[in-house]
Design a protein around this ligand. Structure first.
Ligand code: RAM
Length: 521
């Protein structure tokens, strides 16, 4: 599955003054040289790939590699950066180029699995595998791409019968706009939460570059759904307010047709909004602005961006019918989560109400009485619509679409939208955990919202146990950074047809730090 709803007759609406503000906020990247810690051998274990042997990195210079031989280098932790190494020939003078295959992986499966069999729904070009010809030896190879990885495998496709190669001085210049030294490490809480926090911080750090990227391996883009959670985690950790501000100005300055905020932006070769529109993602511009203002009380930004935010509410309201309910459709119009069968109507309705309430608060802060009143009316209308059309009192759940689907995420978003009071919300959540509807949660992004809903409705113990059984299991499964997708029951899960294309350092998975630091200290 991949997102396929390109806007027809797409055009970009640029507000140059806003773009200029974003450009002025471009961060400089912090560079750190990191060295590998060892060599590993990867083999198929009972359940999955395993490291069956470890050697010191000092061994590397004692190994000479000929045709078909390889070595896998372990950097000890996840990094986003640029790799270089030296190649030295041994034997006769090199009478042919060295032909190498280089694989970089965030996890073992990316190294161990045969990428030529990949047949997933998104481009294989994301697979971090290169074939290089090195004509002159000895040589220093500086790979031009930025990679996200912990492991690097170098395989000799061929040298010649007359010589072999030795690899030396392997380095990575890791880059990020986040400064880890500004974040105090946690103490005085349980070890598993300390570990979870550390991995979350690393996840966020490796996703912070010139903008908040969704994942340094894939898609390396600024997605607004990811930005919203990254910004929240950032407020409790790196506190890099300028980077959030820059991303807000970028989304506002580079809108799509009708002034719609796009789902994601490209940064290079030039700033560009993608032609994908998602109902929930456009509305999250309001949330990102709201959260940013709550954190910083920065009225200049609020004033600059209020028009764009309010406009997203207006555009979204165009999809509301006479009963006060968001119209459903079969195309890719709203995201919510990666579940194949998920009907989006109820979740979209709840996010609409959630963001209208935030917009109303912003209108009130700005003294925009007319819009505040208009928003108030729309909140009433859509809330009434939700209760009359989508709430099934007998089941104690909200239903969605023609088939009246009951999904986890619809309930969670209605709880977050505070359509009912804390008592009923609590009952919905208890019912949800008890009944466990079949259309469940797939991504850490969706789990984030479950945990937030539980915490805000006096169910902190349940929230904590859920964090432990989800992110905690990822830790047990060896995560150095938190992953884009995780199903504790199916380690091969991917919405893209193969797990080797999944991103294993993914922005929307970085929020355990936010929860721990905001609610559990
Ligand atoms: C995927 C990415 C990204 C997400 C979108 C909706 O392409 O994982 O993080 O926001 O989907």
């Amino acid at each position: 599955m991949s997102i396929t709803n390109s806007i027809k007759d797409f055009k970009m609406e640029v507000n140059q003054a806003l773009v200029d503000k974003a450009v002025a906020l471009e961060p400089s990247l912090i560079k750190n040289t990191v060295k590998p810690i060892g060599l590993v051998t990867i083999e198929k274990g009972k359940e999955d790939w395993e490291i069956t042997e470890r050697k010191s990195i000092d061994e590397l210079s004692n190994i000479s590699l000929g045709k078909g031989q390889s070595v896998c280098i372990d950097f000890g932790d996840h990094h986003a950066g640029y790799v270089s190494f030296k190649l030295k020939p041994v034997g006769s003078p090199p009478d042919a180029p060295a032909h190498l295959r280089i694989k970089l992986g965030e996890t073992l499966c990316e190294i161990a699995e045969d990428s030529s069999t990949y047949n997933g729904s998104i481009s294989s070009s994301w697979i971090q595998e290169e074939f290089l010809h090195i004509d002159i030896l000895p040589n220093t190879v500086s790979m031009p791409r930025r990679y996200a990885f912990r492991y690097m495998e170098i395989k000799v496709v061929d040298t010649s019968p007359k010589y072999e190669i030795v690899i030396e001085d392997v380095n990575c210049i890791a880059v990020s706009s986040a400064d880890m030294s500004t974040v105090s490490p946690l103490t005085k809480i349980s070890d598993d939460l300390i570990k979870m926090d550390k991995i979350s911080l690393k996840t966020l750090q490796d996703c912070m570059h010139s903008v908040f990227e969704d994942g340094p391996k894939r898609d390396r883009r600024l997605w607004i759904g990811d930005l919203r959670l990254q910004a929240q985690a950032n407020y409790y950790t790196f506190k890099n307010y300028d980077l959030v501000k820059r991303c807000l100005y970028l989304f506002a300055g580079l809108a799509q047709n009708e002034g719609r905020v796009g789902a994601c932006l490209f940064i290079e070769p030039k700033l560009l909004v993608d032609d994908t529109a998602l109902y929930d993602y456009s509305l999250f511009f309001i949330s990102c602005l709201y959260d940013y203002y709550e954190e910083t009380k920065d009225l200049t930004v609020l004033n600059d961006l209020w028009e764009v935010a309010y406009h997203q509410a207006q555009l979204a309201l165009n999809r509301v019918d006479e009963n006060g309910v968001v119209r459903d459709s079969d195309d890719w119009w709203c995201f919510l989560d990666w579940h194949d069968e998920l009907n989006k109507q109820a979740g979209a309705q709840a996010i609409l109400i959630y963001t209208l309430k935030q917009a109303k608060k912003l209108a009130s802060i700005l003294g925009d009485a007319e819009r505040k009143e208009k928003l108030e009316k729309e909140i009433k209308k859509t809330t009434k619509g939700a209760i009359n059309q989508l709430w099934d009192k007998e089941q104690g759940f909200f239903v969605s679409g023609n088939q009246k689907q009951v999904s986890w995420i619809s309930q969670i978003w209605f709880v977050l939208a505070e359509v009912f009071d804390t008592d009923i919300n609590g009952q919905i959540l208890d019912n949800l955990l008890k009944v466990s509807p079949r259309v469940d949660l797939v991504t850490p992004y969706a789990y984030h919202h479950l945990i937030e809903a539980l915490i805000l409705n006096n169910r902190k113990a349940e929230a904590l146990s859920c964090m432990r059984s989800y992110w905690g299991e990822m830790v047990k499964d060896g995560a150095d950074c938190f992953w884009e997708l995780y199903d504790p029951k199916n380690k091969y899960a991917s919405p893209y047809g193969s797990r080797i294309i999944n991103s294993y350092c993914h922005a929307w998975s970085c929020t355990p730090s936010y929860f721990i630091r905001k609610y559990f200290l």
